[in-house]
Write a protein that binds this ligand. Structure first.
Ligand SMILES: NC(=O)c1ccc[n+]([C@@H]2O[C@H](COP(=O)([O-])OP(=O)(O)OC[C@H]3O[C@@H](n4cnc5c(N)ncnc54)[C@H](OP(=O)(O)O)[C@@H]3O)[C@@H](O)[C@H]2O)c1
Ligand SMILES: [Zn+2]
Length: 343
């Protein structure tokens, strides 16, 4: 098959060429990729800086195919695979590898599995014509869900869904999302709106209003004043901050009493300074989340089917051009998602 792969870390080491597809095992499924989204994690995997701000996962195998957020159709399956999975089924791939038996998996926290990994890192991913995955990672998608939206659900969608769930956001509460135009940011705002929260998206991109943001504000010296005004002085109930170091103090500042700050990423660095006085005087809760569970992904699919969640695509690339797609992920002018289409 054709694939984009690398033998050692570095964008410059990516090669688009033939890749020998191994035989599938009894409990595995061969998926023909239709749409693979590009996320920061793919850039970190390829450049070898994955884990700089946290535990690193070993890249396996080499030569390696990255690409962690994938939608496609079932091409073939191993002998022990369940009858409900059939050739031609449209699926998305739950991107966390998990054993299903450890204490975290048993409690529906597959993303924290003791023996876990990630498709695109600890196994080959989706920047290829085909990807082989364990059957438990296969999630069918409804007919009405198009490829472009579906392929954003396993990472960006699910991470946002889990973060909002864990924040216990309620109707009428004020939600502030840092990195509002980003992959996760756009889902956070839309999911927040479905809960009937007042959504404040921090970004320089005004079009987020079309995606459920009641307010779009730049991160500048006037931010505190503007949040004070919008919230009538009570400040934010929930702050989602995946940007980390450079914006952390602002997040602590604009969260109100009994507020919750959720982080699942540290795009600008991982040293998060916490002013203890703010923490206790406002009784703030700070919580980390990562990805989400299989059940969460199923719930998100239902939500997406029934409600008006949308995606915004900035650029579409062919598989052959997926190297350019990865290079563009941190482009300052990016206005929405970057995807690889293979259909
Ligand atoms: N733990 C997990 O499971 C998980 C899952 C997904 C993502 N993440 C992490 O979460 C973070 C966000 O992911 P994402 O996919 O949403 O990323 P993304 O699509 O790149 O979005 C980040 C957004 O942040 C803003 N931004 C970028 N650089 C900035 C800077 N230096 N200062 C201020 N704002 C900046 C930009 O929005 P504006 O132009 O609108 O300001 C950008 O669109 C990343 O670190 C990623 O690795 C973790
Ligand atoms: Zn487990």
């Amino acid at each position: 098959m054709k694939a984009l792969f690398f033998n050692k870390p570095g964008i410059e080491n990516l090669i688009f060429s033939d890749y020998q597809l191994p035989d599938i095992r009894d409990d595995e499924i061969l998926v023909e990729t239709k749409c693979t989204s590009v996320n920061p994690i793919d850039y970190y995997t390829v450049t070898g800086i994955h884990g700089v701000n946290g535990p690193a996962m070993k890249i396996n195998p080499y030569p390696h195919i990255a690409g962690s957020e994938i939608a496609g159709t079932i091409k073939s399956k191993g002998e022990r695979v369940n009858n409900t999975i059939r050739e031609g089924d449209r699926v998305i791939i739950y991107n966390r590898v998990f054993d299903g038996i450890c204490k975290y998996c048993k409690n529906n926290h597959q993303m924290l599995c003791e023996n876990g990994g990630m498709i695109g890192i600890s196994r080959n991913g989706g920047f290829a014509e085909y990807v082989i995955v364990p059957q438990q990672n296969i999630i069918k998608i409804p007919d009405g869900l198009d490829w472009e939206l579906a392929c954003g659900l396993p990472i960006a969608g699910l991470t946002a869904y889990n973060a909002i769930q864990e924040s216990r956001l309620k109707s009428e509460e004020k939600l502030v999302v840092f990195g509002g135009s980003g992959n996760t940011g756009l889902f956070c705002t839309q999911i927040g709106k479905l809960i009937d929260a007042i959504t404040i998206s921090l970004s320089s991109k005004p079009w987020i209003k079309e995606y459920g943001a009641d307010y779009v504000l730049p991160i500048d010296e006037n931010l505190r004043e503007k949040i004070l005004e919008i919230t009538n002085g009570t400040m934010a109930d929930v702050v989602i901050n995946s940007l980390g170091e450079n914006t952390w103090a602002k997040g602590m500042d604009i969260v109100g009493k009994l507020g919750r700050i959720i982080t699942f990423g540290v795009l600008t660095g991982g040293n998060l300074f916490i002013d203890g006085r703010l923490l206790y005087n406002k009784q703030i809760t700070i919580k980390g989340t990562t990805g989400g569970s299989v059940e969460g992904l199923l719930n998100l699919i239902e939500m997406t089917k029934e409600q008006s969640i949308r995606t915004k695509i900035w650029k579409r690339y062919s598989l052959e051009d997926s190297k350019i797609a990865i290079e563009k992920i941190f482009d300052k002018n990016r206005e929405g998602r970057i995807i690889i289409e293979n259909y």
